[in-house]
Write a protein that binds this ligand. Structure first.
Ligand code: TYD
Ligand code: MG
Length: 456
């Protein structure tokens, strides 16, 4: 059967596809974002049917499917390898996201320089070969097996990559690349999607892993809409404020390993340094006798670490109280303040409350509730909490303190770092041996916590 051409319309904002033109995209509700694209039809169903008859893609019993492990390439950067689930899987497409200036180009150049055994094609659409060279000189390492290609046409890049047959392809960045197939400017959703699909196809058909860099906007989405996250195998995302020197790299999607893993780096004059002991680095200069700070023993992925929660409580200047939180869900903060008000009688409704997680960290572990509450109360009473005390507990709506997951890991980490005392929920079950010599104080609810921490 001859190939037929048919038109589809798809939204340049969210990527949804429709069979006819519409003024407003039903999915994302944007106006005038639908563009026409012709696609070839006709052959594909027949080919698929033929393939299935020949046994190529026929369903097969699960128990007969080979369970050989994916082949992995170790990059030699222990933190990145761990985040990927034990190295880079052959033929995988990894998206490295983050705000401009956070260190994506630095990291993706550092990886090949630190692994000279890997022949790398480093494609830059943002910088000239000379600029990349200058950066490489700063970073040090072995540049003998790293090839720089300053190009933005994806077809040319793929042709070059096919011919060169490297062990790794780095593309910096998806927003600067364009495909000749698509009739819109580089960086548009259509282009970004097309470029990513072509790279995916390249990675799968050659087995060469591709590290693709993508800028994310301030609201945390990659390339505007989240479309790329569905296409790629792994998404690593940089967090942290670009003013501080710490950078957090989180795996938010991983087809070959666990997510919610976290790696910490420090930006130095010679690139990103791996921080293997995040607790020590995330604790800023904690001065004895400063009110409004409390240390949380939190768990990110499987790793426990301790960091400082800072709060500032002051009388509202203009009648309406302000609540703001950096790195913490402001709705959760409001809930905790309501619990303090209702269950423990603290008058906070006329107070401004500002909350900050040290080191630019974004926290989702409910175990941090207790440290948040203590930081707020410490600022409110102007009562400093000793710097060798830490907290791990979730606060419930009736003011009860609930146990957290994996308490022994948190306790052991706190003990290892020299903390003297940790506050946990009364309902935590913990082996005596697991405490590593630290004093464990168990509290049942907010009034009991206040008595234990802020009296005397
Ligand atoms: P960059 O990797 O270019 O960020 P991105 O690609 O995510 O936009 O660099 C981020 C910042 O890091 C930049 O402001 C310069 C700084 N930097 C260092 O401090 N030390 C270094 O060794 C390098 C290479 C960059
Ligand atoms: Mg860059």
């Amino acid at each position: 059967m001859a190939t037929k051409e048919k038109s589809v319309w798809f939204c340049t904002n969210c990527g949804n596809e429709y069979s006819k033109w519409l003024g407003q995209c039903p999915a994302c509700k944007e106006w005038n974002t639908l563009v026409e694209k012709t696609v070839a039809t006709g052959k594909a169903p027949k080919a698929a049917a033929a393939a299935s008859r020949s046994g190529g893609h026929a369903p097969q019993p699960l128990r007969e499917v080979g369970s050989a492990q994916d082949r992995r390439i170790l990059l030699g950067n222990a933190e990145v390898d761990r985040l990927l689930g034990g190295g880079l899987v052959e033929g995988s497409l990894v998206l490295l996201g983050g705000e401009p200036g956070i260190g994506k180009s630095t990291l993706s150049l550092q990886l090949p320089l630190g692994a000279p055994g890997l022949k790398t094609l480093y494609v830059s659409g943002e910088e000239s070969a000379r600029q990349v060279k200058m950066r490489a000189d700063r970073l040090g390492g072995d540049a003998s097996n790293c090839f720089i290609y300053s190009e933005t046409c994806i077809e040319r890049i793929l042709a070059e990559a096919q011919q060169m047959n490297p062990d790794l392809v780095v593309v910096d960045s998806v927003q600067t690349m364009y495909s000749e197939n698509v009739d819109s400017s580089a960086g548009s959703v259509t282009q970004v999607k097309e470029v990513t699909s072509l790279l995916l196809h390249f990675a799968k058909s050659t087995g060469i892993p591709v590290l693709l860099i993508g800028h994310i906007t301030k609201d945390g989405t990659i390339a505007g809409p989240k479309i790329l996250e569905h296409i790629v195998d792994v998404v690593l995302q940089f967090e942290g404020d670009d003013k501080g020197s710490y950078r957090l790299l989180r795996s938010i999607k991983n087809r070959f390993g666990s997510t919610s893993e976290l790696a910490v780096f420090e930006m130095t004059g010679a690139g990103l340094r791996e921080v293997t002991n995040p607790s020590e680095m995330l604790m800023p200069m904690h001065e004895e006798g400063l009110s409004g700070t409390a240390v949380a023993a939190m768990l990110d992925g499987l790793r426990p670490f301790l960091f400082e929660v800072q709060a500032l409580v002051s009388t509202a200047a203009y009648g309406t109280a302000q609540r703001s939180a950096t790195g913490f869900d402001v709705r959760r903060l409001n809930m905790l303040l309501a619990v303090l008000e209702k269950r423990a009688g603290f008058k906070l409704n006329m107070k401004d409350v500002f909350l900050n997680m040290a080191g630019g960290l974004r926290v989702a572990d409910p175990a941090c509730d207790l440290a948040v509450v203590c930081a707020v109360l410490s600022s409110n009473f102007d009562f400093p909490i000793p710097s060798d005390v830490c907290f791990a507990g979730e606060v419930g709506l009736s003011g009860e303190i609930r146990p957290v997951s994996q308490p022994s890991r948190r306790v052991q980490e706190a003990a290892r770092l020299g903390f003297r005392k940790i506050y946990l929920s009364k309902y935590t079950s913990l082996d005596k041996e697991a405490t590593g010599g630290i004093q464990v104080v168990k509290v049942a609810d907010i009034p009991a916590l206040v008595r234990a921490v802020f009296k005397g």
